[in-house]
Design a protein. Structure first.
Lengths: 256, 299
C-alpha cells in the first residue's frame, strides 16, 4: 500500500511565459502520492491547487521537473493519453456531463474513458439494466432519469452523475476539484458521504481540493496544504486525525 | 404539377448540403464558412473530371474526396493553427475560389453532350423531373442512413460529446481536435458531393455558385426543426431533408409572387432570419397567451 503511485519531482509551472507578467504557479513542487492515499488538498486562492490538478491531468504543460506514474515519466503525455489512468470531477456541474446527451449515453461515454473509440455500434440498450442498478446506488432519482438529457437534471444530480462517471471505469488516480462546492449544503453533504464511501470501497487513490476545513479533516488519510506553489504542510494517519480546525486556522494565519 | 415535382427533386438534391452542415452547425456547434467554397469545389471537380472522360459516379466520389481535403485544411487551421473557426472557414473558402478557377480553367464550364449521373437509361425513362426525385431520394436514404449509423457508434458518440462539452470529452480521453477535423472533413465532403450532384443536374458548374450556400443549407436544417418541433437526433437528421424540400416550396411560392431569381439570396436570408428568430417570437406570444389566461380566469 505504500508503493509510490504518482510522484511530482521539482515541478515548475509558469503562466504568461516570457512576458513581464510571468508568474510561477508551481514552484519546484514535490509530492509523492502512494497507492490508496485519499488526500485532501487545502490552500488559499492562487496557491496553485487547480494548477496542480491541471499539471497532473496534462491540461497545462510543466516547465521543468518530472511527473512519474509508477516510475514512468508521463510529463509530456497528452491529456487524452493520461485519461487511461486518470479521472476528474470538476467544480462546475456543467463541465462534467454532455448536456444534450442523456444519462445513459453519458455513462456509456465514461465507461470507455481512455480507450479507443471505434466504428463499432454503441449497444446502449444492452447496458440500460446495468446502468439502472448503478445509478440507483446514488439514491437521488438518477435511475429514473436514464433517458433524460443531462442538461435537464438538477445541479446535484449532474454532479453525482459526474462523480459516478469518473469512477465507473476504475481510475488509478481520481482528482476531485471542489466537486461539492457548487451544491446546496445538504446535497453537498450527501455527495461527500457518497464520495467517501466509493473511495473506501474501491480503494481509490484520490486527491480532493476543498475549502471546507471540516471536510478536509473528516475525510481522507492525508492532508496537504499548498502555498505559493509549494506543499508547505503534509500530514497523514494519526497526525492528521489529531488535527483540528483551530490548529489549521492558526497554521494558515502563520503562513500568510 | 411539374413545378411541384421539380421542387421536390431540387429539395432532395440540395438536402445533402443540410445533412453535411448539420454535422458542424448542430453537432460540433459552430458555423463553418468553408462550405461556400467546397460546394463549387465539388461542382468544379466533378465537371472537370467528367469533361476529361471520367465516369460520372467516380467523378462525384472524387468531388467528395476533394471536399474532404478542403475540410481537412480548415480543421488543421482551426485546431492546430488556433485560427478561430469562422476565419479559418473564410480563408479556405476564399482560397477555394482560385482553386476552382484553376480546376475549371474558366468561370463556367458546361456539361453539354457529356455523360452525367442523370443520363442513364433508367432515369431518362422516368417522367420529367422524376430523375432528380429518384436519385435524390436514393442519395439521401443512403447518406442519412450512414450518418445515423455513424452517430450511434462509439466513435460517433465521442464526436457528439466533443460538440456538446469539450472539457468533458477531453477528460474522458476523446481527442477533440481529431473529432473536429473528422467532422469538418465529412461535412465538407458531403457539401462537395452535393455540389457535384447539383452541377450534373444543372448541366454546368459556375465559379460563383457557392454564394449563399451556407444560408440554403442552414435553411433546410432550421426549417426542418421549426416545422417538426421536438425530435430525437435521428429524426432531426431526416427532418433536414424534409426541411430542404419545404424550403424549395417556399421559394416556389415567392417566385410565383412575382420576385425574380435574382432576389433569391435576399429572400433566402430573410426566410432564414425569420425562422431563427421564431423562438423569440414564440416567447413573446406565449407570454401574451399566459397573461390572457390569467386575466380570463377570475373565479
Amino acid at each position: 500500500m505504500t508503493k509510490p503511485l504518482l510522484e511530482l519531482k521539482n515541478v515548475v509551472l509558469k503562466v504568461n511565459r516570457n512576458t513581464p507578467e510571468e508568474i510561477m504557479i508551481l514552484d519546484h513542487l514535490n509530492l509523492t502520492i502512494n497507492a490508496g492515499d485519499f488526500i485532501t488538498v487545502l490552500g488559499s486562492n492562487g496557491a496553485g491547487k487547480s494548477t496542480l490538478f491541471n499539471a497532473i491531468g496534462g491540461d497545462l504543460s510543466i516547465d521543468s521537473g518530472q511527473i512519474l506514474l509508477n516510475g514512468k515519466d508521463i510529463s509530456h503525455e497528452s491529456v487524452e493519453k493520461r485519461t487511461r489512468f486518470l479521472a476528474r470531477v470538476f467544480q462546475d456541474p456543467k463541465l462534467g456531463t454532455a448536456p444534450r446527451m442523456n444519462v445513459a449515453e453519458n455513462l456509456l461515454l465514461a465507461e470507455r474513458r481512455g480507450q479507443r473509440r471505434t466504428l463499432a455500434p454503441r449497444h446502449l440498450n444492452k447496458q440500460l439494466d446495468r446502468y439502472k442498478e448503478i445509478t440507483a446506488t446514488m439514491h437521488n432519482g438518477l435511475d429514473e432519469r436514464l433517458t433524460t438529457a443531462t442538461g435537464n437534471l438538477s445541479g446535484g444530480q449532474r454532479q453525482a452523475l459526474s462523480f459516478l462517471m469518473a469512477t465507473l471505469k476504475r481510475p488509478e488516480i481520481l482528482l476531485l476539484d471542489e466537486h461539492t462546492a457548487a451544491l446546496d449544503p445538504q446535497t453537498s453533504q450527501d455527495l461527500m458521504h457518497l464520495t467517501n464511501e466509493r473511495v473506501q470501497e474501491q480503494q481509490l487513490t484520490c486527491l480532493m481540493i476543498t475549502h471546507h476545513l471540516e471536510d478536509a479533516l473528516t475525510y481522507g488519510n492525508r492532508l496537504i496544504v499548498l502555498h505559493h506553489g509549494k506543499v508547505t504542510f503534509d500530514v497523514a494517519g494519526a497526525k492528521k486525525k489529531a488535527l483540528t480546525t483551530e490548529k489549521l486556522y492558526s497554521f494558515f494565519a502563520e503562513i500568510e | 404539377m411539374s413545378l411541384f415535382v421539380s421542387a421536390i427533386g431540387q429539395g432532395l438534391l440540395w438536402a445533402v448540403l443540410g445533412v453535411g452542415l448539420f454535422l458542424t452547425f448542430r453537432i460540433l456547434d459552430f458555423a463553418d464558412m468553408t462550405v461556400e467554397g467546397t460546394f463549387p469545389l465539388g461542382a468544379a471537380t466533378a465537371v472537370a473530371a467528367i469533361s476529361n472522360g471520367m465516369n460520372p459516379m467516380l467523378a462525384t466520389l472524387l468531388a467528395f474526396a476533394i471536399g474532404a481535403i478542403a475540410g481537412l485544411i480548415t480543421g488543421l487551421l482551426y485546431t492546430k493553427g488556433h485560427i478561430p473557426i469562422l476565419l479559418a472557414g473564410i480563408l479556405v473558402m476564399t482560397a477555394c475560389y482560385s482553386v476552382n478557377l484553376r480546376i475549371m480553367g474558366r468561370a463556367n464550364v458546361s456539361l453539354l453532350g457529356k455523360s452525367t449521373l442523370f443520363k442513364n437509361h433508367f432515369l431518362a425513362s422516368l417522367p420529367q423531373y422524376f430523375d432528380s426525385v429518384f436519385l435524390g431520394t436514393l442519395v439521401m436514404v443512403v447518406i442519412t442512413g450512414l450518418v445515423i449509423y455513424f452517430l450511434q457508434t462509439q466513435l460517433g458518440q465521442g464526436f457528439i460529446a466533443t460538440g456538446d462539452n469539450q472539457t468533458m470529452a477531453r477528460s474522458l480521453g476523446i481527442n477533440t481536435d481529431n473529432m473536429k477535423i473528422m467532422g469538418l472533413m465529412v461535412s465538407n465532403g458531403l457539401i462537395a458531393f452535393g455540389g457535384a450532384l447539383v452541377a450534373q443536374n444543372n448541366g454546368y458548374a459556375d465559379v460563383n455558385m457557392g454564394i449563399g450556400i451556407i444560408v440554403i443549407a442552414l435553411a433546410s436544417i432550421i426549417i426542418g426543426e421549426v416545422a417538426f418541433g421536438d425530435l430525437t437526433l435521428n429524426q432531426r437528421l431526416v427532418a433536414v431533408t424534409l426541411g430542404s424540400i419545404l424550403y424549395r416550396f417556399v421559394l416556389l411560392i415567392v417566385l410565383k409572387l412575382g420576385f425574380s431569381a435574382n432576389d433569391l439570396n435576399l429572400l433566402s436570408s430573410i426566410i432564414l432570419a425569420l425562422c431563427m428568430m421564431l423562438p423569440v417570437f414564440k416567447k413573446t406570444l406565449n407570454f401574451k397567451h399566459i397573461l390572457k389566461r390569467g386575466l380570463d380566469t377570475n373565479d
